[in-house]
Design a protein around this ligand. Structure first.
Ligand code: UDP
Ligand code: MG
Length: 224
């Protein structure tokens, strides 16, 4: 991978892309967008928000159409069926045009208020800024144990630096997005590809709250 050049990074302004994979999130998506809008208007950057509807069977698409009609910064990509979160994030990344792109869950477990801290670290030279969970609310014991074991085992198996206690909530510099989009992998696991790509990674700590509404889309079986 080529390295990214922090000197070409806009110190003010620039375009920020937000990518949000959504599967059956009708109950929460309006609240998510409102909270995100407040944060985005405070960043001083132009922005675009890309919602990827991953084959939702509820009213998510209808709700997203309402958001598009009222906010010119928003695009919605509609997938033909449920391909899974990883594929939905990939599609969103391929649409993103930002100098920086943030991937965010739709359920407010990734607090948008952390984005300004991510931007500061990025402007100071980090290519990837990952949200690292200081605390984690509202998860089952099964989820906490499997996630912890998986992260720690995986870290030992791979020859590159793999941060623990992180999910998909992260900021990626333009160079990282382009590198990931060029990879030939069809079935992607975004967290490992980002770590594998070797760009300069830095954490921002945050407290992960419980889902604001709806239920996790991962049954224990799907999680395994
Ligand atoms: N998601 C998706 N496709 C799926 C499953 C989930 O796009 O098949 C989205 C979901 O809408 C949310 C994010 O991926 O924005 C994380 O899902 P979830 O909150 O259910 O996972 P958890 O936080 O329980 O790990
Ligand atoms: Mg969640």
């Amino acid at each position: 991978m080529n390295t990214a050049d922090p000197n070409t990074r806009p110190q003010t302004g620039g375009l920020l892309s937000i990518v949000i994979p959504c599967h059956n999130e009708a109950e929460i998506i309006q609240a998510t967008h409102r909270r995100l809008q407040q944060v985005l208007s405070s960043t001083g950057m132009n922005h675009e928000v890309i919602y990827v509807d991953d084959g939702s069977r509820d009213q998510t698409l209808r709700e997203l159409e309402k958001i598009v009609a009222s906010d010119p910064h928003v695009t919605v990509v509609e997938l033909s069926r449920n391909f899974g979160q990883q594929a939905a994030m990939s599609v969103g990344l391929s649409e993103a045009r930002g100098d920086a792109t943030v991937i965010l869950d739709a359920d407010l477990q990734d607090p948008p208020e952390v984005i300004p801290q991510m931007l500061t670290r990025w402007r100071n030279g980090a290519d990837v800024v990952y949200g690292q969970r200081r605390t984690r609310e509202g998860e089952t014991a099964f989820k906490l144990i499997t996630a912890s074991l998986f992260h720690r085992l995986f870290r030992k198996l791979v020859p590159y630096r793999m941060p623990v206690d992180t999910g998909d909530f992260k900021l990626l510099d333009r160079a990282v997005v382009e590198a990931i989009c060029q990879l030939p992998e069809k079935r992607r696991y975004m967290r490992t590809l980002v770590a594998w790509s070797g760009f300069k990674q830095e954490p921002v700590l945050y407290d992960r709250e419980a889902r604001s509404a709806g239920a996790t889309k991962y049954s224990p079986l799907k999680l395994l």
